[in-house]
Design a protein around this ligand. Structure first.
Ligand code: AMP
Length: 285
């Protein structure tokens, strides 16, 4: 089906800026909205944009007010919305963790049995407690979950953690993780025939793949080529080209960005020279 797509983006908070820059990186050219403007469009694609709170995105998608949207996986799971997760976006990563005061004797999840737990994710918490065979009273709070133990509102908390610094600042200690979250693209159930949505999903995936990849170039003496190719953590075949200087070849390969750090010294030790790494804009396997 070829019709305009409406995409909901987070209007504020942690997910706003990275969602906007990911969309810009796809090349659809989102038109910068004016101040307090909640709707805009893309100059290079048949996509309209609507800015809503990340919390509201799953409901807007489920109810058909928009075709798809970007939100946190935790927000989709917490209220069990009837939407399809089309793509994990690799930012907004955090985990839902159970934590107690550093002075509390609890050492593991089982020590939470029979206690009071404050959380703004009561559904995920209740499901997890049931899976663990634990009984606990859930105290639903909407913000500042981490001060609940100090206020005497609860013995423990279940809250989103990214670096752990908020837990530490509030004198809390994690007992472990019960749910991993990140930003996701969600679409209406069964909306797979929407052509613009399929194209957008593919473009977003190509940028996410590219961000995790570097284009590596280096020169190596022909007789050491096998040593270099054996080192390359690439799934596809590297490109090997003769240079003007006899006996030397250039090797080009796509490698995971996370492995550049350990790979470069090994390449150098192998005799590789003129080693370059370049960012990749888009990558479609
Ligand atoms: P916000 O609009 O800033 O409240 O965004 C909330 C969403 O950001 C959450 O639902 C999570 O998906 C994500 N997130 C990432 N890291 C954290 C964190 N440390 N605390 C809360 N939310 C986080």
């Amino acid at each position: 089906m070829n019709r305009r797509l409406t995409l909901a983006l987070p209007s504020k908070g942690r997910l706003r800026e990275p969602s906007w820059s990911l969309l810009e990186a796809t090349g659809v050219a989102p038109q910068e909205p004016g101040e307090r403007v909640l709707q805009t469009f893309c100059r290079n694609a048949d996509i309209d944009l609507l800015f809503v709170r990340a919390d509201d995105v799953p409901e807007y998608v489920q109810d058909g007010i928009v075709d798809c949207g970007i939100t946190g996986l935790d927000l989709v799971s917490e209220r069990d919305f009837d939407v399809d997760v089309l793509l994990r976006l690799g930012y907004g990563t955090c985990s839902l963790q159970a934590a107690v005061s550093t002075e509390d004797a609890a050492q593991s999840f089982t020590d939470l049995d029979g206690r009071r737990i404050a959380t703004s994710h009561p559904r995920i918490a209740a499901q997890w407690l049931a899976e663990q065979g634990l009984t606990a009273e859930i105290v639903r709070v909407t913000g500042s979950v981490e001060i609940s133990p100090r206020l005497g509102l609860a013995d423990a908390i279940i809250d989103l953690v990214s670096t752990g610094s908020t837990l530490r600042t509030n004198g809390l200690r994690s007992l472990g993780t019960l749910f991993e979250s990140e930003a996701v693209l969600v679409g209406r159930r069964g909306s797979g025939d929407h052509e613009a949505q399929r194209t957008l999903t593919m473009l977003l995936a190509s940028v996410i793949n590219a961000r995790a990849t570097r284009y590596l170039l280096c020169n190596i003496a022909k007789e050491r080529l096998n040593e270099v190719t054996a080192l390359l953590p690439t799934t596809g075949s590297p490109t090997v080209m003769d240079l003007a200087t006899p006996g030397i070849v250039a090797v080009h390969a796509l490698v995971p960005a996370a492995q550049i750090w350990s790979l470069l010294p090994q390449l150098q030790a192998c005799g590789a020279s003129s080693i370059l790494t370049l960012p990749v804009e888009r990558m479609m396997p």
